[in-house]
Design a protein around this ligand. Sequence first.
Ligand SMILES: Nc1ncnc2c1ncn2[C@@H]1O[C@H](COP(=O)(O)OP(=O)(O)O[C@H]2O[C@H](CO)[C@@H](O)[C@H](O)[C@H]2O)[C@@H](O)[C@H]1O
Length: 488
Amino acid sequence: MALKVLSVTSEAVPLIKTGGLADVAGALPAALAPHGVEVTTLLPGYPAVMQTLKRPRAIFAWNSLLGTSARLLAGKLAGGQPLLVLDAPALYAREGAPYTDAAGLDWGDNWQRFAALGRAAADIAGGVMVKRGKAQRFDLVHAHDWQGGMAPAYLQFAPFGGDEGKVPSVITIHNMAFQGWFNAEVFPRLGLPDAAWSLDGVEYHGGVSLLKAGLANADAVTTVSPTYAREIRSNTFGMGLEGLIIARGNSVHGILNGIDSDSWNPGDDPALSAAYTRRTLDKRIANKRALEAEFGLDESDGPLFVAITRLTWQKGMDVLPEVLDHLVGIGGRLVLLGSGDPHLEHALSRGAARHPGRVGVRIGYDEALSHRMQGGGDAILIPSRFEPCGLTQLYGLAYGCVPVVARTGGLADTVIDANPAALAAGCATGVQFDGVNYDSLAAALNRTVALYHDREAWERIQKNGMKCDFSWKASGAAYADLYRSLTA
Ligand SMILES: Nc1ncnc2c1ncn2[C@@H]1O[C@H](COP(=O)(O)OP(=O)(O)O[C@H]2O[C@H](CO)[C@@H](O)[C@H](O)[C@H]2O)[C@@H](O)[C@H]1O
């Protein structure tokens, strides 16, 4: 019998995406299926999600889910896997982004929007739905980030059906920086017993943290790379939650993200002008020319850097504008696609205006363009200050767009620096540097440009990256093993 897992997430491709969480939550069902695990995804009913439901079927209704009426709709993901959508119009039927309004401010009722998601998950997993007289329970709940964090807390402190309904849970940290902290006033409205207002419960610094609620109460905690799993034991990366991570000891696991090798395959990618494999790398040049044209850059055989990113401090995007003059000075060019902090958007756009024909910036979000950039750029810049896993370096490896990365988190775990030993052994896949500041990034750019001009070495690096297997094969098996260890 397949193990039935309920994945509780606020994003999943292709339905709704603001970042990497969506890629991972969207890929998990297919990644787990070969291991005898049936993953059902539970998503909030944002307008973007509701629109995709074809003939939605209501399979359950709450009169009051934390004070609001809600229905559960059944649907299917693109791959045919089961999807549940929490249709609670008072919480989700609004214009704007999943977490913020049109002005970019957090929705004031985010505590309720995502506590309701957790409450619904605990009810569903505990068997609130009854089919032919039989409660439809799940074997395990897998919650993601702070938005899913209340599910383990409800399963622990207020399971549906009492102790009978206790279902084991896992929480995955995709980003420790977002902790879902709210004032103490929300506690009485969560429907939890007083015992939950405690060190082992949801209380955190005099308020409620949805992420802490999950970390303290899930049976296992995972994060998305082994290095980040170690880093979050320190205060720099743990961001206040390091003590709890240390206390959870061996229940904390680092499982690397995989990539969806069907959507990210340069040999068969409809977004590219020219498909190619590592055996036909010479065809890549057509994509580079197309990218230059798309961004209005001068045609050149020099290195073309790309960056595809949320524009935030995490991603080191405050350092990139500072280093632009240097990048251009050593013969490089850059095309950037991203959105986020308005100050960073301006700084980068100003940089592009200073270097016409050499630097192109597109502010916005564009999935197909991100593919064209991986397929036409020579190297992808990822100067993150912290990076739980990172996906764009994995896409870069698959596309022969050599990753130039800060040595942190999953970037440290997935890229082999082209140091003399790795070059001699013929196993380098990219460039790593330590510390995110002008000097370190400028030095990494110098090293990359020098490598680029050694055509033989560069091609070797590209091909090594393209040979790497960062599909979900190994990580799917690791999640399945973890689930089984908790349900045995
Ligand atoms: N403007 C744009 N246009 C088109 N596509 C864009 C884009 N900006 C970003 N993207 C895409 O969004 C995704 C971002 O992935 P990252 O791994 O960098 O995640 P992020 O920091 O959002 O997520 C967190 O969760 C993920 C998943 O666990 C971790 O890998 C990561 O380290 C952690 O910070 C990639 O698919 C990228 O191509």
